[in-house]
Design a protein around this ligand. Sequence first.
Ligand SMILES: *Cc1c(COP(=O)(O)O)cnc(C)c1O
Length: 464
Amino acid sequence: MAAQTPPAAPAHDPAARRDLAVRAAVAQGLVGGAEDAEPLVCLLDVAGIRASAAALTAAFAAALPAGTPVLHAFAVKAAPLAAVLRLLADAGLGCEVASPGELALARAAGVAPERTVLDSPVKTAAELREALALGIAVNADNPQELARLDALVAAGPTRSPLGMRINPQTGAGTIGALSTATSTSKFGFALRDPGAREWLVRAYVERPWLTRLHTHSGSQGVPLALIAQGVRELHALAEEINAAAGRRQVDTLDIGGGLPVNFASDTETPTYGEYVAALREAAPGLFGGGYGLVTEFGRSLLAKHGLVLSRVEYTKTSGARPIALTHAGVQLATRTVYAPAAWPVRILAYDAKGVPKTGAPVAQDIAGPACFAGDLLAAGRELPALAPGDLIAVPDTGAYFFTAHYGYNSLPRPAVHGFTLTPTGEVRFALAREAQPLRAIPEEAGASHRDAFLPGPDSSPAGV
Ligand SMILES: *Cc1c(COP(=O)(O)O)cnc(C)c1O
């Protein structure tokens, strides 16, 4: 008989770390099954995030000649939390920002302008001016935006590396709303449209300051080979531009992010190593050292390391259907609730002490707190029978879930804590975001303007 593999030490096993963290979150009062305990909290596995950042860096470093400039810019929209950006900066990463708010957050986190890339599809003239004044890399989305860059570059020198985003039009993945490289996608310059390629090559040759090319052709639901095909198009275009210019004008390729994530188990697949292998096959020239690289991964760096923990407040049956009513719903898992087939999540059951529940599986609906019937995290899910005071955990929610709060029903943003294990296996929590206090809800909803629509003392109603 083959020897059994010993269980992985908690420090190296994300599932074991998660169980320890859930237990500690209850013991330390971050969340609980008791009536007066906190009903909802979000956790981030700090060691897991560091491990993903290290895996990304190592996978590209292993494939590139030593000394090739590489910037791994974290896509801030995946987890816009200052502590996350700071942690990733400490691990050697920069930021990809796509709105003035994301840029402000990256700056507040201490990320340097030369490690920041601005990619939003709809930048104002003022945003472009600020980015160039700061020296932030900018990828123009379209010819009209390029014309704005023309004016800014003519007005004075900038340290900002500048490029265009192209849409390689290589096709969609399984999730239409997330597919960036369809023939009619709203993103970037559509490379295969009639006359487009010739126009773009000329546009580069006429503008020696355009030194970068950008694409972001992947996303959840897009196979690696299809993402790699988009990057191959990017590399081929750079070679064509440089041949036309008669020099290495384009010196850096920004290949975007878009590595999909496995939401079905704790296995991390595909890996960065597998993606690099797919890129080497599709575009070997990318790894020759002739181009610097920028990447913009978001989901694959954070998703596996986030956890939502909610108390089961009530249970009931409706028809013959058992339902657990929890505090985690559409405000934290917006895509799952509105598009459940595309975004299924796992649900894990814990008892009121935070110990994994055992027992015969029963098909149950896991419902959220919002006032519409579709606010379900899972329908008919086989889990040990849940009871009031139990906890449910939703793993893989570190990117685009609780960090992309949806304000339906004025539900507040829950607290986010990072956790680490000490060498002795003790769990330490560090607050990354406070729970939104209840008083903030009326404030943000204009409580100080509550009389705005009433007739004022010095106005008389129209027609009087
Ligand atoms: C959203 C986005 C990313 C990150 O995508 P992930 O799928 O989270 O890796 C990178 N670049 C751009 C331009 C994006 O819009």
